[in-house]
Ligand binder design. Structure first.
Ligand SMILES: NC(=O)C1=CN([C@@H]2O[C@H](COP(=O)(O)OP(=O)(O)OC[C@H]3O[C@@H](n4cnc5c(N)ncnc54)[C@H](OP(=O)(O)O)[C@@H]3O)[C@@H](O)[C@H]2O)[C@@H](O)CC1
Ligand SMILES: Nc1ncnc2c1ncn2[C@@H]1O[C@H](COP(=O)(O)OP(=O)(O)O)[C@@H](O)[C@H]1O
Ligand SMILES: [K+]
Length: 532
């Protein structure tokens, strides 16, 4: 698990490092530029021997300062380098000005409008705007990129972004549309092959591949390295605006799992918790069975499916270790909940609207861990406030984008402005429980604002996870973890984080061709690999 820093937090970290005299601004800029050059040479080793040609676009702020360092260091390595500048050298910060002047001793600084002529470049360095982006970028920037691309004559030009692509909002993970450029067009021009950021990734880097097809994070000496201590992996973030990246390495993650589930201790099945998955009518039981199997595989001691009488035969024909209970109406569920060993309830997958409207209030009538997905969310689309009134801090909603829109239409409408993280935070605050907004980048937020991102992008991409029933399995995984752990060891946010990570690791373990039923079956080998 590692920290993600917003722009404001990154600026604080930088200011602190300077106050504590760990580095001067100029040293940080020099290390940033050196880190970019190392990353370029590491990523494209084939370029290095051939006296390659780089075009560096520098902007008016410190991102431009980094660009001047990159230009100088590449030239010192024997590259042919052209520098184009957008801005007024007189108005550069002292650090960027010093870097500008150092470069000027080696080569000319040309105007950004003049990128159109010259030899075929191999590499374009985007150092126009970084985290100081404050408004949509001027049209000269994509125009300059287009002009350099056309000098390449249609051949692949390698594009590297310093800190982030110009025009990309690293807090929200999206390009800012301008008066003359749509966000999509800008993304098409500016999305780099390689993005090199400093100290920590920013949220936007992990929310969208628009930040770069490959991301490298360079240590520039601002602070301490990430912790891999299992206890630290579950330590809930302190600050209300804290944002974490769910990114443990598979190797050794067994410590994390054992720590939170207490699996290593000899425990009776009831101590490991009983999960109840509520199912719908005849012929609709597959989703609940997949959720149930995931809950059992991930560690719950017992799992039952609650079904209407008519569906008993269908389920019985397909289940062995999972038990069946008849749950017809709210009263039956309330009665079952008197047994405190029943630690978590899953409602939604295949439940049907009518049963959801009847059973959700009963499930939420006691403060018991509860995962609400699919029909349990959609059943309240016309009156979301009725659901929010009943929710409590042991509940979690796991909507995909469509379900999220039905419950939070206004928050969804504002999402192009606010981004997914703030949307999930606003939804959690309104609902009064944890909200997990699914997707290739999943955002999980708690009502107090603590949030996590899980990024199944780039080297962790699993497009084959977008398969029918994958969401039902996720609901079961989270429920199984909530049932098997003590609330003090694993809160709802923590269970959602671990469940989401296991879900994607299971999909990565299986690979293409995956169907949802395969996911729980990957857990035993995944656990062995983790060292559980
Ligand atoms: N923080 C760190 O730890 C370290 C940071 N480092 C580097 O510094 C970068 C941040 O530098 P930065 O703060 O100077 O911001 P940057 O992105 O260069 O742009 C600011 C300038 O652009 C302007 N401007 C903004 N948007 C605009 C627009 N759309 N259209 C036109 N103008 C626009 C803005 O003007 P203003 O908004 O003030 O009017 C201002 O003049 C960071 O990304 C990293 O590369 C490293 O050196 C080492 C450690
Ligand atoms: N491209 C993708 N990369 C990673 N995860 C994905 C991708 N597409 C879908 N998923 C995941 O698959 C699950 C799909 O859930 P959902 O939409 O509820 O499907 P269903 O209702 O069929 O179960 C979610 O956990 C989502 O995050
Ligand atoms: K940049």
């Amino acid at each position: 698990m590692s920290e993600l820093l917003t722009v404001a937090q990154m600026r604080e970290a930088e200011a602190l490092a300077m106050r504590e005299k760990r580095a001067s601004g100029r040293e940080l800029m020099e290390r940033a530029g050196a880190g970019v050059v190392e990353a370029i040479c590491g990523h494209w080793p084939d370029l290095v021997p051939g006296a390659p040609h780089a075009v560096v676009l520098c902007g008016p702020g410190n991102n431009g300062g980094d660009g001047f360092v990159v230009a100088r260091l590449l030239a010192q390595r024997g590259w042919q380098v052209e520098v184009f500048f957008m801005g007024d050298a007189e108005r550069l910060s002292a650090d960027a000005r010093a870097m500008h002047d150092e470069w000027s001793a080696l080569g000319p600084v040309k105007h950004i409008d003049d990128t159109g002529t010259g030899e075929r470049p191999d590499l374009l360095v985007d150092a126009v705007f970084g985290i100081g982006l404050s408004r949509p970028i001027p049209a000269e920037v994509p125009a300059a990129v287009a002009a350099v691309r056309s000098r390449r004559g249609g051949g692949a030009l390698k594009l590297v972004a310093v800190d982030c692509p110009s025009g990309f909002d690293v807090d929200r993970g999206q390009y800012l549309a301008g008066p003359v450029t749509s966000a999509e067009d800008l993304g098409e021009w500016m999305t780099p092959d390689l993005c090199v950021t400093f100290h920590r990734p920013k949220p936007g880097h992990m929310l969208s591949e628009g930040a770069g097809a490959v991301l490298k994070v360079v240590d520039i000496g601002i602070g301490t390295p990430f912790s891999t201590d299992p206890a630290a992996l579950v330590a809930t973030p302190k600050a209300p605006d804290a944002l974490r990246l769910i990114s443990p390495d598979t190797q050794g993650t067994g410590g994390w799992y054992n720590h939170v589930t207490g699996l290593r201790a000899a425990r009776h099945k009831y101590e490991r918790g009983h999960v109840l998955v509520l199912a719908g009518g005849v012929g609709q039981g597959g989703a609940a069975r997949m959720a149930a199997r995931a809950a059992l595989r991930v560690g719950a001691g017992l799992v039952s499916i609650g079904v209407p009488q008519a569906a008993i035969a269908e389920h019985a024909a397909q289940l062995n270790a999972i038990m069946l209970r008849v749950v017809i109406e709210g009263h039956d569920l309330r009665h079952m909940l008197e047994d405190e060993r029943l630690r978590c309830i899953v409602l939604g997958p295949g439940l049907g609207m009518r049963r959801a409207a009847m059973l959700v209030p009963a499930a939420l009538s006691v403060r018991r861990a509860c995962v609400l997905d699919a029909d349990a969310l959609t059943a309240f689309a016309d009156h979301p406030a009725r659901l929010f009134e009943m929710l409590h801090d042991r509940a979690i909603l796991t909507p995909h984008d469509g379900e999220f829109r039905r419950l939070f239409p206004d928050i969804t409408q504002a999402m192009p402005e606010t981004g997914r993280i703030e949307a999930a935070r606003a939804a959690a605050a309104r609902a009064g429980c944890t909200v997990l907004l699914k997707g290739a980048a999943t955002v999980i937020a708690r009502p107090d604002g603590c949030a996590s991102i899980h990024s199944a992008l780039r080297e962790r991409a699993v497009p084959w996870l977008g398969t029918a029933g994958a969401g039902d399995v996720l609901a079961g995984l989270i429920a199984g973890l909530l049932a098997t752990s003590e609330p003090e060891a694993l809160d709802v946010l923590g269970a959602a984080e671990l469940g989401t990570w296991l879900h994607v690791e299971a999909a990565r373990t299986f690979g293409p061709g995956l169907i949802a039923e395969d996911l729980p079956e990957m857990l035993p080998q995944l656990f062995r690999r983790m060292g559980v």
